[in-house]
Design a protein around this ligand. Structure first.
Ligand SMILES: Nc1nc2c(ncn2[C@@H]2O[C@H](COP(=O)(O)OP(=O)(O)OP(=O)(O)O)[C@@H](O)[C@H]2O)c(=O)[nH]1
Ligand SMILES: [Mg+2]
Length: 321
C-alpha cells in the first residue's frame, strides 16, 4: 500500500493557500513545475475513503449523482474569485501523487492529505479579535504537530506593512522548539510571484523561468523576514528546509505575460465567458511552480527552484548539486 503523508499549509489570510491547492492538478498536468519531465509527475484528487482505506471505494455520498466533493467545491469557489477559508475548521483534501521511479526513490506513489488552515486561525492579525474557538486552535496545533511536512505560504509583499508578522513569527518559533513535532520537511513558499513581472510584457516568463532570478527574489524576501531564522533550528536537528517561489495565477499560455487581466476589477486571471456559466480559465491559464513546494514536502526532491539556506548563501545562489 502506498505511503500516506499529511502536509499542512500554514500562512496568513489571503496568502494564496487555497488557490494553490486548487491549482495543483493543472500545474502537474501542464508540466508547469521545476522538475525534469523524465520524472513524469502526476497528481489526481482522490476521496477521503481512498486515502484512509487505501482502496478507491466511494462513500455513500459519492454514489449520489448530485454529490460535489469538497475538493470540487474548493475549485469552484476559487474559480469564481475565492473566499477566505473559515477559521473554525481545518479543510482536508486528498490526492494521489506519482513519480516515475528515480534513483532517489524506490516507491514513488504517495497518498497525500493536504490540510488548508484559514489564516485567521494560524496567524491572526494584530488588533483583530481572535475569531477561532479554543477547540479549533487545539485541533490546529494537534494537526500541525502530527503532520509529516509543513508548507508555510507567505505572500511576496512588503512585510513591514503586514499585521500578521508577529503571530506568524511566534508560531514558527514555538514550532521550532516543540519537542513532539513529527515533521521532517519544511518548505517556505512565497506566493504571487507573477506580480513581480507585470511591467515586462511577453519577456516576463523568460525572467520568471530563471532560477537565478528566483534566488535573488528569495534572498530579498528573507532579508525582510529575519524571524524565519528560527527555522534553522529544524535544520540543525536534521530536518530539511527549503525556500521557493510560486504563482497559482501564473503566466498566459503562448503570450507569456503575467496572468492578470487589467480589464477586470481586483486581480483576476484572463478568462473567456461563453454564455451563462463559469468563466473558462484553462484556455489561457498556466500556473507557475505551484507543484514544487508540495512535491518537495512529499518526496524530498529538489527542483531547480527549491533553495536551501546554504544554496542561497552561495555566490550567484548556485552550488554544485
Ligand atoms: N495575483 C495573484 N493573486 C492570487 C494568486 N493566488 C491567489 N491570489 C488571490 O489572493 C487572494 C487570496 O487567496 P486565497 O487562496 O483565498 O488565500 P488563503 O491563503 O487561502 O487565505 P485564507 O483562507 O483567508 O487564509 C484571492 O483573491 C486570490 O484570487 C496568485 O498567484 N496571484
Ligand atoms: Mg483559504
Amino acid at each position: 500500500m502506498p505511503q500516506r503523508l499529511t502536509i499542512t499549509l500554514v500562512g496568513p489570510r489571503s496568502a494564496g493557500k487555497s488557490t494553490l491547492i486548487a491549482a495543483l492538478p493543472d500545474c502537474f498536468a501542464q508540466g508547469a513545475h521545476g522538475y525534469p519531465s523524465a520524472l513524469r509527475l502526476t497528481l489526481q484528487p482522490i476521496g477521503r475513503g481512498e486515502f484512509e482505506g487505501g482502496y478507491p471505494a466511494a462513500s455513500k455520498y459519492e454514489l449520489l449523482e448530485s454529490f460535489v466533493s469538497p475538493y470540487e467545491r474548493l475549485r469552484e469557489t476559487v474559480e469564481s474569485g475565492g473566499e477566505p477559508t473559515p477559521p473554525e475548521t481545518l479543510q482536508e483534501y486528498f490526492f494521489r501523487l506519482n513519480a516515475e521511479a528515480s534513483q532517489d526513490l524506490s516507491d514513488a506513489t504517495r497518498l497525500l492529505e493536504i490540510v488548508d488552515v484559514g489564516g485567521g486561525l494560524a496567524a491572526p492579525e494584530e488588533g483583530q479579535p481572535q475569531s477561532a474557538s479554543v477547540a479549533s486552535r487545539v485541533q490546529f496545533a494537534t494537526k500541525l504537530l502530527a503532520s509529516d511536512a509543513i508548507v508555510f505560504v507567505l505572500p511576496l509583499v512588503r512585510l513591514e506593512e503586514c499585521r500578521w508578522v508577529g503571530s506568524m513569527s511566534r508560531l514558527i518559533e514555538r514550532l521550532a522548539l516543540a519537542p513532539d513535532r513529527k515533521a521532517k520537511r519544511f518548505v517556505v513558499a512565497w506566493s504571487f510571484y507573477e506580480r513581480l513581472f507585470v511591467n515586462l510584457g511577453p519577456a516576463a516568463f523568460t525572467y520568471a523561468c530563471d532560477p537565478l532570478v528566483a534566488a535573488h527574489v528569495l534572498r530579498r524576501a528573507l532579508a525582510q523576514a529575519p524571524w524565519l531564522d528560527a527555522l534553522r533550528e529544524l535544520e540543525r536537528e536534521g530536518a530539511s528546509l527549503r525556500f521557493c517561489v510560486f504563482s497559482s495565477y501564473g503566466f498566459v499560455k503562448t503570450f507569456q505575460n503575467p496572468n492578470l487581466d487589467p480589464l477586470q476589477s481586483g486581480e483576476r486571471r484572463f478568462s473567456r465567458v461563453n454564455g451563462p456559466g463559469r468563466p473558462s480559465l484553462t484556455e489561457f491559464w498556466r500556473p507557475f511552480l505551484a507543484a514544487d513546494p508540495i512535491v518537495n514536502a512529499a518526496l524530498g526532491l529538489d527542483s531547480a527552484f527549491c533553495f536551501s539556506y546554504e544554496r542561497l548563501a552561495a555566490p550567484q545562489g548556485l552550488v554544485a548539486e
